[in-house]
Design a protein around this ligand. Structure first.
Ligand SMILES: Nc1ncnc2c1ncn2[C@@H]1O[C@H](COP(=O)(O)OP(=O)(O)OP(=O)(O)O)[C@@H](O)[C@H]1O
Ligand SMILES: [Mg+2]
Length: 480
């Protein structure tokens, strides 16, 4: 039988799961652990180190260590030069993926004589834009893998949770990981799970809770984080993460680190909750936005599931339960995403998951629009062609008209944005997409001549616009 693998490439921890020969989904241990820190380093001999040892390396050799690389996936300027060689986020991510796969291969070849892993499904935050998705896929390819599909992390978690769910329901996934926050609202009906809305922030996660502890400690000793050496900063961030994890089970803990001598700073859970309340509030505002977008009220959500390691913090469950007026479920917080990815890989092959639900419609997370003259606003605006909350696979047909008498061509400008508006002012937050686009029919036509625009997005997220006027046509790839 074929093997099915799913990889959760996390901001702080990554894992790889599979459907085993008994058709059971399991996370594969890598060097004895279910999670591998998403950290990459190079030692004195320029040997690559990935995982726990690399995470530790930041405390003695920060300049040769990279952590939280997923946060840089959209940053085309981000580069790290280590021992004279320059790496981009795609390279660093590919090293993490390769480590997971190489270690899993060793284990599976030894224990079960299985062939090397090749086909994989990789997860990405629901709120990743096109660039981050493309770069994640490229990282998989650089690691020598065939990326069958990228699927969204909360959807993967819902698939893992919903596998045995028989009833029709509306489910909200609250996914607070190490670096990103995602909310997805899914409708389970007749064994099909459709995503009806998603929202998120890919700079909001456990690392921000760690940083709040760091700031608290620095305040106590009247010192500035930036005055610390990169190694001291790394040590302090790790001590803060340990303190945070301890506070999930204890009422107080002591943070030990060196800055102006050895420091021991006590922090209680209630102090921790108060310095991070604003972060928790930010997640709740995003939940509200997702509900709005799904056109659902709180009472219409049948179940809330909590995914992502940061949901172990008691404040998260308390706040979510209070908001929804019923208990949420903590679902395999750090493993559900990888398991869902493996399930999806098997579904892709068989068309179904045994005894479980099938993944249906997905939503896009960005809007696309065209620069047009608006009589209504008496100025140029961006008019939406594909709405941010439209189904992922979509085809829209719209009619526009030429602006001036005697026009022989039209130049097009397309934009990508995170807004639900139908009309937007041009501003620097919206990204101009595609190259210079135009159609040219070569003879003058009167003002008001019809222009047909068909915009579409396929299941791989490729967005195209087809334009037609006076028999002249053009098809423009906005996002590929
Ligand atoms: N018991 C715990 N209490 C509090 N936080 C925890 C606990 N266990 C893990 N975490 C935190 O959970 C985060 C890791 O969770 P997870 O593995 O789901 O995230 P990730 O996949 O690395 O990130 P992302 O999904 O945002 O890309 C880290 O910030 C870690 O410190
Ligand atoms: Mg994650």
């Amino acid at each position: 039988m074929s093997e099915f693998y799913g990889i959760d490439l996390g901001t702080t921890y990554s894992c790889i799961a599979r459907i085993n020969s008994d058709d059971i989904v399991e996370v594969i241990q890598v060097k004895g652990s279910l999670f591998t820190p998403s950290a990459v380093a190079f030692d004195d001999n320029n040997q690559l180190i990935v995982g726990q040892a690399a995470k530790k390396n930041i405390t003695n050799d920060a300049k040769n260590t990279v952590v939280l690389i997923k946060r840089e996936m959209s940053n085309l300027d981000y580069k790290r030069t280590i021992n004279g060689k320059t790496y981009d986020p795609v390279d660093i991510s590919s090293f993490i993926l390769k480590e997971l796969v190489d270690e899993a291969n060793k284990k599976l070849a030894n224990e079960e004589g299985l062939p090397p892993i090749y086909d994989v499904v990789i997860t990405v935050p629901a709120y990743f834009g096109t660039i981050e998705c493309e770069r994640t896929k490229e990282a998989g390819e650089r690691a020598g893998l065939n990326v069958l599909k990228l699927i969204s992390e909360p959807t993967a978690a819902a698939l893992s949770y919903g596998r045995k769910q028989k009833s029709n329901k509306t489910l909200l996934v609250y996914d607070l990981g190490g670096g990103t926050f995602d909310v997805s609202i899914l409708k389970f009906q007749n064994y099909i799970a459709d995503t009806i809305a998603c929202d998120g922030d890919h700079h909001l996660g456990g690392a921000d809770w760690d940083k709040a502890i760091v700031d608290f400690a620095m305040d106590k000793i009247n010192a500035s984080f930036n005055s610390l050496s990169p190694e001291e900063q790394g040590m302090l961030m790790q001590a803060a993460e340990e303190a945070k994890i301890t506070l999930s089970n204890s009422e107080s803990t002591t943070l030990t680190f060196s800055c102006k001598g050895l420091q021991n700073i006590k922090i209680t859970r209630s102090e921790f909750e108060s310095i991070t309340a604003r972060l928790l509030n930010d997640t709740m505002s995003i939940v509200d936005r997702a509900l709005d977008r799904a056109n659902k009220t709180i009472s219409e959500i049948d179940e809330v599931i909590l995914v992502g390691g940061s949901c172990y913090m008691p404040m998260v469950k308390e706040a979510v339960d209070k908001k929804f007026g019923k208990p949420s479920k903590l679902v395999d917080p750090n493993l559900a995403v990888a398991k869902g990815a493996a399930l999806y890989a098997s579904q892709n092959d068989k068309g179904y998951v045994d005894g479980g639900i099938t993944f249906g419609n997905d939503k896009g997370s960005r809007g696309y629009g065209m620069y047009v003259w608006s009589d209504k606003f008496n100025k140029f605006v961006i008019q939406t062609l594909i709405n941010r909350n439209d189904d992922k696979v979509i085809r829209n047909e719209q009619y526009f008209s030429t602006l001036n008498d005697g026009q022989t061509r039209i130049n097009f400008r397309f934009y990508e944005y995170e807004s639900d508006e139908n009309y937007l002012d041009v501003n620097e937050d919206w990204e101009l997409k595609g190259k210079e686009n135009y159609i040219d029919w070569g003879h003058p036509v009167p003002k008001g001549t019809p222009v047909k625009i068909i915009s579409s997005r396929d299941s791989n997220g490729i967005v195209k616009v087809f334009a037609e006027c006076q028999g002249a046509t053009g098809e423009f790839v906005i996002v590929c």
